[in-house]
Design a protein. Sequence first.
Length: 81
Amino acid sequence: MSFLPLISKLGDYLKLGFDHYVSLKASGTQLTPDLLGTFICMKMVAWDPEIQGKKLLDDETRVAASRFLAGVIINMVSDKR
């Protein structure tokens, strides 16, 4: 059972969300974790990963995963420690 493709794809979505955040921040727009999560979720909509024939993302899990990635991004750029 290989999780590497799944982890790699999550990394791609993390980078996509980070790039979007930086782009909007540069234009003066502030993103909340929920708005950034919505953006990432919209990008993830066609992603339907499987491991051993089992689908891993239902709608609720996709929303949770995208919100998790958004939270990681916000924490990465935050001044808080």
